[in-house]
Ligand binder design. Sequence first.
Ligand SMILES: Cc1cc2nc3c(=O)[nH]c(=O)nc-3n(C[C@H](O)[C@H](O)[C@H](O)COP(=O)(O)O)c2cc1C
Length: 334
Amino acid sequence: MISTRFTEMFGVDHPIAQGGMMWVGRAELVAPVANAGALGFLTALTQPTPEALFKEIARTRDMTDKPFGVNLTILPSITPPPYAEYRAAIIEAGIKIVETAGYKPQEHVDDFKANGVKVIHKCTAVRHALSAERMGVDAISIDGFECAGHPGEDDIPGLILIPAAANVVKVPMLASGGFGDGRGLAAALALGADGINMGTRFCATQEAPIHENFKQAMVEADERATDIIFRTYKNSARVARNAISQEVVRLEREGRPFEDVAHLVKGARGLEGLNSGDTDHGIWTAGPVIGLIKDIPSVAQLIDSIVAEAEAIIRERLGKMLDATSARRAAAIA
Ligand SMILES: Cc1cc2nc3c(=O)[nH]c(=O)nc-3n(C[C@H](O)[C@H](O)[C@H](O)COP(=O)(O)O)c2cc1C
């Protein structure tokens, strides 16, 4: 067991979170993550209405009695979803842990805190982590440039971003983006984080509620098989490389406005692909950690293997390096 400020604060066995994932963060995935001793998040906006989210929370509770949370992603939109109503459903359902992501979560943080809900805010820059800390969040999850989804516009990889954030952030912090095995967990702890958050790696598990073809595509892909789209609209998103992402990149290179790519990147189109198994039908979110994915384990097997590998690295591989140094010094003195 690896005990950190994160495991203590959120009452889970392992310093591992499954971040919010549009279309994927449903009861089928979140319950096994909770049962395996990690912290899973349902994705609020995957549910069509706040009432549906309330029911999805109840459905998850039927499948686990361990803690789990809900992700609320706040993105700019022409017709924004009823965020306050989703928030009310989360509170009314008795959820005690929320992952917020996106823009200016102050009003949400205030309401969650007033109702005894712990908030982990996910962000992509040290300055945003500090601003969330000032807003009163309980923990930070910081996404490096490697992450699937929205990496921000600064392009700072985790190897720099995590220790830079750890230097100044006082609340517990998860490292996110590019994590998929025990080596990553040990590295994140060494860089100053209290645990890891993963998205892509959880998509390639038996329980992830997406078509088998996507899981197989992740096993077959290498670490180069992602694209950054929407860079020219200052809303960068990292997605799996496919026919659609390549077309979007091409149109952006031509300087086309968002209206010209909107039909290609519609959420409904992505969902159709996820359900039908056509990996070229729409865009789908994944990070370059796909290059490390070689199998499709159960969620419990994945979490157990990550923890066991991290423990072995810390205790044996790194420990033996120290032992060997001490032995050489002792021999030199003798
Ligand atoms: C399929 C998928 C959908 C995602 N959707 C969301 C989302 O709706 N809201 C959010 O905050 N993050 C979302 N993310 C980001 C993850 O929560 C997490 O921060 C990211 O995947 C970490 O990088 P990794 O994929 O390298 O582990 C998504 C990631 C994936 C893979």
